[in-house]
Design a protein around this ligand. Sequence first.
Ligand SMILES: [Cu+2]
Length: 292
Amino acid sequence: MRPPAEAIGTLGLIVGAIAVLIFIGVESALVYVVWRYRASRVATPARFDRNTRLEVAWTAAPALTLAVVFVLMLGTLRDIGAATDAQLHVRATGHQWWWEFAYSGIVTANEMHIPIDTTIDLELASVDVNHSFWVPELGGKTDMIPGQINHLRLLTHRPGVYLGQCAEFCGVEHAWMRIRVVAESKDDFDRWLAAQALPATASGPGAAVFQANTCVNCHAIRGTGAHGTAGPDLTHLAGRATIAAGVLPSDAASIRAWLADPQRYKPGAFMPRVPLTDADLDALASYLVSLK
Ligand SMILES: [Cu+2]
């Protein structure tokens, strides 16, 4: 089957072309009639009451046009909906206001990796309110509804980074619910998945700060005593390009600034400002940035 984005793009072009043809036809007829039957040429226009042929024609033509579009759309729906030909299953869960991506055995956040040339069944879930998964260059847009699993088919032949965004208003930080999809070769993807499966190995004074504070109540770092699930899994945080679902880059300075006052960067987010000393902030930031 076709990559979903290609199917949607082709359908858009065909429907757009049909609309342009209709526009040209209608406008040409209008301009011609206005010119041909202008008042200076025709004093009393002839009447065309109850012209059955004309009425059948202008009812049937739009109906037929819409029928053609409907059939083309059914074909596109097959390409973008549930993937019956899936080679990989990923569970994407919407949270206020970040994304959780679960592969068999591993969990990550906000940045998902996918292998190219591979059909993926994306299972869409939500733990709180309605969200909507949308990466325009990769496929369709589908709602994530609490208590229900929806499916979206992903497939691309082009490696690269694809950006997306929550497309259903889900609260105050809805706009900061960015999605980053890294599409890479099968080998690179397998390497990434294997690395993600490893527990965190970093240590240092920051690890103790993390364990001693409220961080562990919400975040998990596999290989440590942190098993919280309310916030993003941080096991390989620094391997992602951004933190806080796209708000800041994942470098030490940004992580430190975020830890010092999350509400400054993402007002309303559920990450509280934890009172920490400057020394603890430094240690925590250098610990988190070492979680590659
Ligand atoms: Cu959302």
